[in-house]
Design a protein around this ligand. Sequence first.
Ligand SMILES: [Ca+2]
Ligand SMILES: [Ca+2]
Ligand SMILES: [Ca+2]
Ligand SMILES: [Ca+2]
Length: 556
Amino acid sequence: MIRALATAAVVALALPAAAAAGRFAVGIAPGSSPGRVAARVERATGGSVGHEYARLGALTLRAATARGVERLRGVAYVERLDARRPLAFTVQDPLADRQWYLDQIHAFDAWPREPALSPVRVAIIDSGIDGDHPEFAGRIAAARSFVDHSPRSDQQGHGTFVAGVIAAAHDRAGIAGIAFPAQLVVAKVVRREPTISLDAEVRAIRWAVDTAHADVLNLSFAGLRDPLDPSNDTFSPLEASAIDYAIRRGAVVVAAVGNSDDAPQSPWPFAAYPAALPHVLGVSALTREGAVPVFSVRDHVYNDITAPGKGVLSTFPRGLSRTEGCAEVGYSVCAVDAPGIDRRAFRRGEGTSFAAPQVAAAAALLLAVRPGLRPEQVTALLTRTADDMTPALGCDGCTRFRDPLTGWGRLDIAAAVGRALDGTLPAPDQRETNDDAGGRASTLWGRRGGTIDATLDFWDDQNDVYRVHLRPRQRLVARLDRAPGGSRLFLWRPGTTRIDSTSPALQRRRLATSRLVGGDEQLTYRAPRRRGGWYFLQAKLEEPGAGRYTLKATKG
Ligand SMILES: [Ca+2]
Ligand SMILES: [Ca+2]
Ligand SMILES: [Ca+2]
Ligand SMILES: [Ca+2]
């Protein structure tokens, strides 16, 4: 199995973009009808109106422009909502004003001045890092190579580029990284080709989590997924186990959804591995104008969130620039020609590879302000506060809420940090990962008996599997309380190691299915006279949605 770096060809085409769009507050004049004003505003702008500020006498408007709205009947004022807040701290690094993506994802808008936060370790499982690059002085907590060369050297530039997006120093020089409290864990896995062997990847993940204590893993590489042609599909059970292990140990795993250049057709509709594994935050790419570039893979289930991935300015190994001159090195072009700047040290790149580290950096910031967050809470905070992309924001083909092009929308770090600090935190699921039968199931009973609170998420966590011991002839009644719509229960026979396969042989291992009783899914089963043992109870969310549930099981 081979994983390729998720960078795109330099000349990848972008979908046409609308004019720079925005979000506005529209004040309703006293005595005017909010409904009529909303209709007028929508007609005049072609945008969409929201009512979350109804109590303040205002509407919200998403539109390409709000020009002329202030002259409409019933409108008291128009104000831009997503303008840069004056209280946000501004970095002093001279190239930061060319890092346009920082503004789009509201990288620093959560704080009036740069706060002192506890360090968070972010693992970059990639092509190494230019260890002498001035942007990383004092930022590398651990480094190890799983291929030939030193981890503090980078023959492709890819790892150094990813590292700069996350952790370039705020030092009044060069660019500014997003995760200012981050410490880097560098695991070098990319060979010269440049590809990644499964063996190196899996060993690197284990090392990053166990030895280097990484809190966040950034995986900007991709293996083709093709559900329609299994001979093309690169699913690896070993990779899935390594990712599952990292998440079980509490790490947040962020991965690029991949680029269509490596796929049989473009744009490709299936997110790559490891983005297409449960609990992994899959990241797609956006242009500066809010369009989705053709190279960014689409996916109904595994594209969770999006971030700028075209024309992204970041760090580059200076040694590589020296040998290559300023020519293109696969994915990046020379970017900086400013007085006093070492032009070898920075480039522009594109690909979902460079969108993913923005999300990894955001995860690190959340963990820095709330160190106890579990991975599913970080995922929920980032996805549910994302800026929903719509045609009005430049994304043709995007629909309200989650869509295959942009997932939940464009990363909004200030909104996610704000919710982590002020809002009710998303519910944790202490028993994750419990996505399959066999050894990965979570044991029901013990101290908490037969009642537990947990969560399901159609896009990230469709299955929770519990081990239940039944004596011969013992009866089990299991009930799902307040579960998201489309949740069901199934019971599997002892010895089952895999659920959720479409193979008839496996399906025969299923013993019982829940049905609606008094509004809740309920499953009843009595063990046969001679057959006691560990059965597997599966809670599955079969329709788009997410939320908490209470599972109540009784044995009699
Ligand atoms: Ca800097
Ligand atoms: Ca996911
Ligand atoms: Ca769960
Ligand atoms: Ca689960």
